[in-house]
Ligand binder design. Structure first.
Ligand SMILES: Nc1ncnc2c1ncn2[C@@H]1O[C@H](COP(=O)(O)OP(=O)(O)OP(=O)(O)O)[C@@H](O)[C@H]1O
Length: 272
């Protein structure tokens, strides 16, 4: 089933505010250089997608933004990631606080094996929130368009929900701690078309209050949901295939009038 065409409320303009900025000279897994020369501003309240062939470093780049790569031993970033002008890799920056501001949604929904309620209440509780947790749980579930489906069974285990519901629950769990930025790594690839439509519609809603960055292999999804698209590809460098940013622009330009021939080939499915 084709997803409905969704209206874009916010759009890029020359004075769009840069909220995140990757200025990466190189990123290494041990000695392997996975990314090189990526200079990529992310604009506030827009949806940006990363596209490119498998292994070009889309997920690696995404995980630089909230320092999730720090959890992998022997990784190293040369360069900086600016979040509202501050380098998140500065030794005095707190990665835990950063990940609260820059939340992440994964390919496979990963709710905690707890009740639906406790999944959403978890973040506010560990932050020591003193207000009405019931209210935050309801609001977050409503914003994730899940409330009507679960309001009568909040004490049931989250793992009893369908895949699409679990993914919306993970979104509600993230919204409960009010992140400014939401990173999504192929958020719909494990979902059926109806759940995919629901998540895509939700992503459009969320950009009113959040900045969203999505890795996707689905060209149609990038075209449907995003304002900006970055195309990455690999280049043979010093004996290994290193990811590079080829082209970054408004999504309609990347898909219909790209500057690089290789981008045109990729978005048209004629890629070697
Ligand atoms: N934990 C890791 N240790 C070592 N190398 C890694 C690790 N994670 C990723 N890589 C390598 O880094 C490169 C980029 O991987 P990454 O997952 O970022 O690419 P991707 O574009 O997201 O790929 P895909 O579309 O297949 O998910 C690949 O060569 C990959 O093998």
């Amino acid at each position: 089933m084709a997803a409905p065409s969704l209206p874009s409320v916010n759009a890029y303009s020359a004075d769009s505010e840069v909220i995140l900025h990757a200025q990466i000279e190189a990123f290494y897994y041990e000695k392997f250089m996975a990314l090189r020369n990526v200079d990529l501003p992310i604009y506030k309240n827009l949806i940006t997608t990363f596209i490119g062939p498998s292994g070009c470093g889309k997920s690696t780049l995404l995980k630089c933004f909230n320092r999730l790569n720090d959890l992998i031993p022997q990784t190293r970033l040369q360069g900086q990631i600016l979040f509202k002008g501050r380098n998140v890799y500065h030794p005095l920056e707190d990665a835990v606080v950063l990940r609260r501001n820059i939340g992440m949604l994964f390919q496979k929904p990963n709710p905690f094996p707890k009740s639906i309620y406790n999944n959403v209440a978890f973040g506010p509780r560990i932050q020591g929130y003193r207000g009405d947790i019931d209210e935050i749980v309801e609001l977050s579930l409503r914003r994730a368009v899940l409330w009507d489906e679960v309001k009568h069974k909040l004490k049931e285990n989250a793992l009893s929900l369908s895949g699409g519901q679990q993914q919306r629950l993970c979104i509600a769990r993230m919204l409960a701690v009010q992140p400014e930025i939401i990173l999504m790594d192929e958020p719909c690839s494990a979902l059926d078309p109806i759940s995919t439509n629901q998540i895509e519609a939700l992503i459009q809603e969320l950009k009113q209050h959040h900045t969203i960055v999505i890795v996707t292999h689905n060209m149609q999804q990038a075209l449907r949901v995003s304002d900006m698209t970055a195309f990455l590809n690999t280049e043979m460098k010093e004996g290994s295939r290193t990811g590079e940013l080829v082209e970054y622009d408004r999504t309609h330009i990347i898909f219909h009038q790209p500057k690089q021939e290789i981008t045109r080939q990729y978005v048209n499915g004629n890629f070697g």
